[in-house]
Write a protein that binds this ligand. Structure first.
Ligand code: RNT
Ligand code: ZN
Length: 421
């Protein structure tokens, strides 16, 4: 009869730690580093990107939240409660990422009239909970941008959206002030065309001009920073998007703003992990929208898949964790939305932990010595290292349930709250 071995979680952790130490990896240092990296959680997963601007809001701009699983957050209070719930199940410091149509205001406020006061209750909430706040200009889901926003040929329409952008920067700076953490303001404009236009230059020149007008006012970079997000295509803009990757690389480099890379915004076989170090040779800072495209920019829940892992490996191997801000961007309306947040955010953090647990210096030395087989073997064997034990320990250290222990919590939250909506 074989002897039964009884291991406590602490024993298992000590053993796992020694396995990593054997590879030259300091597990405690990795855990500490991971605990210092904020992850920006997108508010729009909770309500299918509809916001609170009007009761009959519709999502436009060539993006789609598919599914109609019950329990969508219908009010600011519900959305905050759902995010609070999700954040208790995601280890590590959280930022909350807002769009302008999540404002808290009596009556309707035109997008070119938004002010910090319309977001004061969000700031109060974030300060109370210790969350940082990120922000986004919101050009989509609005009657004035059906035929484009910053690139629109009509000067009046462009002026409306430029004013919107200027105000967003002040609100973002207000978030920075209130939370004591720098707020990142992401700019994504859905402008584009279904057919290849005759004039592809004009809209790009107008986009450059509009953005220049938006970022003109100097604001303390310790409070807020601008970042610009490119896209290959959207629904209804299949043939042409003025704000392409090439456009925004040029814009970010020449204007000194950040560049946002969304994992779903490129050709299906093109990956953002392959772009990071090339861009980091020239750009001081990047913003990631971690997402999962399935055949198109479908914004599925993030998996612990090869690309998510590769993104984090590239960031860590390059020693660029301080230069790359990590935000989530997906919206799945077909499953419990709180679970969708938690699964995707935990996977993002897990991928980062896996990267921090790689003996990168040792592998770099092997590679340099020409030992390609050694690198290959080590990389493959990394996959079956006792990674889960370290992850569970990280969760427990941060007061968050480990794997297999949080889903029941979401189920009871669903029974108690979501199912009654
Ligand atoms: C759209 C962009 C953008 C949005 C959010 C809602 O393709 O990815 O970032 O998803 O801002
Ligand atoms: Zn995005």
């Amino acid at each position: 009869m074989s002897q039964s071995i009884r291991w406590s979680a602490a024993d298992a952790f000590e053993w796992a730690k020694s396995v990593y130490a054997g590879q030259g990896v300091d597990v405690e240092a990795a855990i500490e580093r991971l605990a210092s990296v904020p992850l920006s959680l997108h508010c729009w997963q909770g309500d299918d990107v509809l916001g609170f601007e009007s009761k009959d809001a519709k999502l436009t701009g060539g993006i789609q939240a598919t599914g109609n699983y019950p329990g969508r957050a219908r009010s600011i209070d519900e959305l905050r409660a759902d995010m609070d719930k999700a954040i208790t199940l995601i280890p590590g410091p959280a930022k909350v990422n807002l769009h302008t149509h999540y404002l808290d205001a009596e009556g309707s406020v035109p997008r070119d009239a938004i002010e910090p006061k319309h977001f004061a209750s969000w700031a109060d909430w974030a300060v109370d909970r210790g969350y940082g706040l990120d922000f986004n200009t919101t050009f989509f889901s609005h009657p004035m941008s059906e035929a484009g926003s910053l690139t629109h040929p009509d000067e009046g329409i462009r002026a409306y959206w430029i004013e919107h952008g200027r105000r967003c920067r002040r609100i973002s700076a207000y978030f920075g002030e209130r939370t004591g953490q720098r707020s990142l303001l992401n700019h994504w404009a859905h402008d584009g065309a279904k057919e290849i236009p005759i004039d592809t230059l004009g809209p790009r020149e107008r986009l450059r001009e509009s953005l220049d007008a938006i970022i003109k006012e100097p604001i303390d970079p310790a409070l807020m920073r601008d970042s610009v997000e490119s896209k290959l295509f959207g629904i209804g803009s299949e043939a042409y998007v003025p704000g392409s990757h090439e456009f925004y690389i040029g814009y970010a480099l020449s204007r000194g703003v950040m560049l946002t890379l969304d994992a779903g915004h490129f050709h299906p076989t093109e990956v953002i992990s392959a772009k990071l170090t090339a861009l980091l040779c020239f750009l001081p800072e990047l913003l990631l929208h971690v997402s999962r495209p399935v055949r198109w920019d479908s914004d599925h829940v993030v998996l612990l898949d090869d690309e998510t892992r590769q993104i984090m490996l590239e960031v860590v191997r390059a020693g660029a964790l301080d230069k790359v801000a990590i935000a989530m961007d997906y919206f799945d309306a077909s499953i419990n939305r709180v679970a969708a947040w938690v699964v995707g955010a935990r996977n993002t953090r897990k991928a980062l932990l896996a990267a921090l647990l790689e003996p990168a210096d040792r592998l770099k030395a092997l590679e340099l010595s020409g030992d390609g087989a050694g690198v290959l073997a080590a990389r493959q064997e990394e996959l079956t290292m006792p990674f889960g034990i370290i992850w569970d320990r990280f969760c427990e250290k941060l007061g968050v349930p480990p794997d297999r222990a949080w889903m029941d919590d979401v189920r009871s939250y669903e029974r108690e709250f979501l199912s009654k909506r």
